[in-house]
Design a protein around this ligand. Structure first.
Ligand code: APR
Ligand code: PHB
Length: 400
């Protein structure tokens, strides 16, 4: 098998990249280790920045999002039994976000790819990426071109490419093809995770609610006008089964409680799982003709809902750079890929870290730190400059 761009992984990064390349007249093959149903059901965050919405529309993948997605003009911060609404358009010159689940983005992109795009192979596991030598740049890379060895339908095969893009998530193999001596990893883990539920009940508030409480963080989000998505901060290593549905609702109620008598509506829980929290950046994001995109290169804690948006930024940057190379013969933008992406990645890392430490309670937090956290929240509620900084970060950092 032979193609221009070999894409490993059919999460949001790989699927959108295939679409962007198709639109630019560049062929690709997508290899995905899991089956279609698994990819379409995996629950992740569902907040699309304005820039992500624009990219999906321009790629011809925004029709259902525009019909079914929910435009949100703000979020609510809750602390000390008080509520403060952050008004995005007023603070950012008109920006907002779209609540449209990552599962739906994937479903739309898979349907388009199968109808109009190049090959998308499910249950095709990449085993190794080979022949990507070239720390100096794309031009200096091995003349034979990189190869992806993969297993599909019980046998091993090779995909010969001009470029390989590793969109294979945090647990993927692409990253391992970059020599360790050229790699730097920046990492932080947190002593807590999120216990998330999906529930068949209308969201109790029409915007997302981020709550800081002495018992820990809680988040109210939604999937549709009749499905709620809720999260509780839990200690690292918690098993979702340790919590009964009733205990979860009781704890959510405590953490969301306000002085003005706000009420949380309960409903049947249809899914329950724990998400670990980490910050992670792999530098560089390119080695020769191998490029990393999305979770394969970086992880953010979910508090800022940046994961999918960062993946979109990476693949847009790659698709533009490759289009430029095809049109002008210059590899300048491809060679700048890692630096270009990392500037935005680090802004998102900073924002996600700030949001996380603003709202979560670490097990060993001192009373001094508790007071500081409240002072930071009061500052956002009281000073337009601080509030604007949050609104700009939440609605997204522009693509270069
Ligand atoms: N071969 C083929 N596919 C693989 C391999 C492999 N060896 N290893 C992993 N994959 C697949 C996974 O099964 C998964 O479908 O790669 C895909 C990676 O997808 P994601 O983990 O969703 O990563 P990415 O596309 O970068 O997503 C970016 O969007 O889903 C949100 O918040 C989430 O931060 C994430 C972001
Ligand atoms: C979600 O809806 O799953 C979600 C929303 C916002 C976040 C994280 C997750 O910050």
């Amino acid at each position: 098998m032979r193609t221009t761009v070999g894409i490993i992984g059919a999460g949001p990064a790989g699927l959108l990249l295939a679409r962007l390349l198709h639109n630019a007249g560049i062929d690709s093959v997508v290899l995905e280790s899991r089956d279609r149903e698994y990819v379409e059901r995996r629950q992740r965050a569902g907040i699309l920045e304005q820039g992500t919405v624009d990219v999906l529309r321009a790629a011809g993948a925004g029709a259902r999002m525009d019909r079914e997605g929910l435009r949100h003009d703000g979020i609510e911060l809750r602390y000390d039994r008080k509520r403060h609404r952050v008004d995005f358009p007023a603070l950012t010159g008109g920006r907002s976000v779209m609540v449209y689940a990552q599962t739906e983005v994937c479903k739309d992109l898979i349907a388009l790819q199968l109808a109009e795009g190049g090959p998308l192979l499910f249950e095709a596991e990449a085993l190794a990426v080979q022949g990507v030598e070239g720390a100096e740049g794309v031009e200096g890379a091995g003349s034979g071109g990189p190869r992806v060895r993969f297993r599909h339908e019980g046998r091993e095969d090779v995909l010969e490419c001009e470029y390989v893009v590793g969109c294979d998530g945090f647990w993927g193999v692409a990253r391992t093809a970059i020599p360790a001596e050229l790699t730097r990893v920046f990492e932080r883990s947190y002593p807590f995770g999120w216990l998330g539920i999906l529930a068949d009940v209308a969201p109790s508030h029409d915007e997302l609610v981020y709550a800081r409480h002495d018992r820990g963080f809680a988040l109210l989000s939604m999937r549709s006008p009749s499905v709620s998505r809720l999260y509780l901060q839990v200690p690292d290593g918690t098993d979702a089964e340790e919590w009964s549905d009733e205990e979860i609702w009781d704890e959510l109620e405590r953490r969301f409680e306000t002085a003005d008598g706000w009420k949380l509506d309960r409903g049947p829980v249809t899914q329950k799982s724990v998400t670990p929290m980490r910050s992670y950046v792999h530098e560089p994001m390119r080695y020769g003709r191998l490029f990393l995109a999305g979770d394969a290169a970086h992880i953010v804690p979910p508090t800022g809902a940046k994961g999918l948006n960062l993946a979109v930024g990476d693949v847009v940057t790659f698709a533009r750079a490759l289009t430029y190379e095809k049109e002008t013969g210059s590899a300048e933008l491809l060679d700048a890929y890692s630096e270009t992406c990392l500037r935005r990645v680090w802004q998102a890392e900073r924002f996600s870290y700030d949001m996380t430490t603003l709202l979560h309670r670490t097990p060993d937090a001192t009373p001094f730190e508790d007071r500081l956290q409240l002072a930071r929240l009061e500052r956002i509620a009281g000073a337009r400059s601080a509030e604007t900084d949050l609104a700009e970060g939440y609605t997204g950092f522009p693509l270069e």
